[in-house]
Write a protein that binds this ligand. Structure first.
Ligand code: CP
Ligand code: NVA
Length: 317
């Protein structure tokens, strides 16, 4: 890891906005947050600070890990269901951002359209953190690479294979992985590839980091010699109407015991959760000794505490 860099005041919307050194600073801080929790060392570095948490969609992990995380840092989190805000009655995102900035020290938002977090960030004068949009899930990818680093001892050169829909989770995994020097492989059905912009970024990032990026339509070829197999739901929130059609298209991309045979024997299985067991992954894989999904979920807490502490000024480097 290289030297640490300051992130005070930054928005966290898409990891492509961050350098490798910045991502490594977050991962290093996340490791420290985890150690502090495990040894019971108080770390109230955001004493008295507040975080508004806006949710347009349901959540278990993001909501609980942010709320517990800000509390452990000495601050307070306000859960705001977008349906209960004046947003529902037509108040603009811009005005909401300006008003919230007068009360709170940071905003985390889970939205449908990525533009909504971009607009929040544009008009707020406190840091805005993307808690999942239709384009990216940066907090998830940071927790994912924290987990990969713990389990594999490195990120550089690790073969990370994502099988399934080229969605928000895939985008952030591709961006962070290629910035951090991983060999990222994505296998999707035709027509469900990641966004072309993200593919271009991944190729550029890989050329700079010594990693690589490959896109396949054959899951068996993709998982060959994988260190990590990662999957996510076939229909994301907001795509419920397509769920039945997608179940047919994605069937050959199910992560099951036949597919994982092609990976390295010590591969790890990852999933952002929630899992649709029996669809994108079978019980025998998600419940196998190779599965690290609950460590990955735990790391959301540590990674997001690192993000909050760094961008909300609790840890100055
Ligand atoms: N992985 C994730 O973001 O989970 P939630 O939808 O439960 O927040
Ligand atoms: N791709 C999924 C991730 C949920 C955490 C979705 O957007 O619904």
């Amino acid at each position: 890891m290289n030297m640490v860099v300051s992130l005070a005041g930054r928005d966290v919307l898409c990891l492509q906005d961050f350098t490798r050194e910045e991502l490594e600073t977050i991962l290093k801080t996340a490791e420290m947050m985890k150690i502090w929790n495990k040894i019971g060392k108080p770390h109230r570095v955001l004493e008295g600070k507040t975080l508004a948490m806006i949710f347009q969609k349901p959540s278990t992990r993001t909501r609980v890990s942010f709320e517990v995380g800000i509390y452990q840092l000495g601050g307070y989190g306000l859960y705001l269901n977008a349906q209960d805000l004046q947003l529902r009655r037509g108040e603009t995102i811009a005005d909401t951002a300006r008003v919230l900035s007068r009360y709170v020290d940071g905003i985390m938002a889970r939205v449908y359209a990525h533009k909504d977090v971009e607009d929040l960030a544009k008009y707020a004068n406190v840091p805005v953190i993307n808690g999942l949009s239709d384009f990216s899930h940066p907090c998830q990818a940071l927790a994912d690479y924290q987990t990969i680093l713990e389990k594999k001892g490195r990120i550089q050169g690790v073969r990370v294979v994502y099988v399934g829909d080229g969605n928000n989770v895939a985008h952030s995994l591709m961006i962070a992985g290629t910035k951090l020097g991983a060999h990222v492989v994505v296998a999707t059905p035709e027509g469900y590839e990641p966004d072309e912009r993200v593919v271009k970024w991944a190729e550029k990032n890989a050329a700079e980091s010594g990693g690589s990026f490959e896109l396949f339509h054959d899951p068996v070829k993709a998982v060959k010699d994988a260190d990590v197999i990662y999957t996510d739901v076939w229909a994301s929130m907001g795509e419920e109407a397509e769920a039945e059609e997608r179940r047919k298209v994605f069937k050959p991309f199910q992560v099951n015991k036949d597919l994982v045979k092609h990976a390295k024997p010590d591969y790890i299985f990852m999933h952002c959760l929630p899992a649709h067991r029996g669809e994108e992954v079978t019980n025998e894989v998600v419940d196998s000794p190779n599965s690290v999904v609950f460590d990955e979920a735990e790391n959301r807490l540590h990674a997001q505490k690192a993000i909050m502490a760094l961008v909300m000024g609790g840890i100055k480097v």
